[in-house]
Design a protein around this ligand. Sequence first.
Ligand code: NAP
Length: 289
Amino acid sequence: MKINGKTKVCAIIGDPVEHSLSPVMHNAAFKELGLNIVYVAFPVKTGMLKDAILGARRLGLLGLNVTMPHKHAVIQYLDETESTAKAIGAVNTILNERGKLFGYNTDGKGAMIALQENHVDPEEKKMLLLGAGGAAKAIAFQATQETGELVVLNRTEERAKQLAELLNKTFGTKVTGRTLSAETLKEELETTDILVNATSVGMSPNVNTSPVPADLLHSGLCVMDIVYNPLETKLLKDAKIAGAKVVSGLEMLLYQGAVAFEIWTNCPAPVDVMKKVALSKLAEQGVRP
Ligand code: NAP
């Protein structure tokens, strides 16, 4: 690609950012569409965030992705934050529009698009969401608006209940929050259509763990695991054996990136190209399908 005086810059900020897949995904996408934009990774330590955002503003960066540990703290430095991102308390994408910084959270949309792109229509369906952390919260906000029923199970019951309460207050829904246990899983899974794991259980190096006992999985389920290292988690392996449809965490990663790309460029993201480079980058890191 040609870098010249008109090249615009997007970046990811966080700590650590060295292993992020976003630079390869977005650079491939910019190249594919012939856009004069580059994407780089800036490690930003806690305590340096305010200066980093001021720098992005002053240097006129086009857009930012924000990752741990800054997703919450960054909100105070933005001019406007989209209502969902504000309610979740986490921004992962920033658009700089003529010096004004707008914050978004694309995780929830990314997860729901991932389901739809894999031919899973959530309308009128029951979703069982495992987890009540940052990613689960973002998915829950989107899923509440797109599914027929949502139940949240979390190891720390209080967090599941708090999330359900926040959703019900925001949307006037009847989301339930319960503890994550073999009993609640058994009860809920019988009537579940879509199971989403948004806990970190099963993530490398704990690849032989799953949040769901294998014998509770059934062929009527679609199972999405948002963990993408490994690409095929134990939960997804067990779900396949049970005859369920499976969607990997790479799909959510891809579509949350695609939504960010579209916010920055106003162009549809070339997801096939982004997926191809993400898979080869993961393979370089030893993560294989
Ligand atoms: P987080 O805010 O730290 O939340 C972690 C969640 O996992 C909490 O609900 C926590 O429950 C639960 N948990 C952790 N250890 C557990 C255990 N041993 N048993 C049961 N539950 C456990 O993390 P996050 O940012 O939401 O990320 C969660 C996972 O999603 C990570 O693996 C991350 O890599 C992945 N992720 C993927 C994408 C994607 O695009 N595919 C995007 C974001 C995140 P407690 O509340 O009880 O602690």
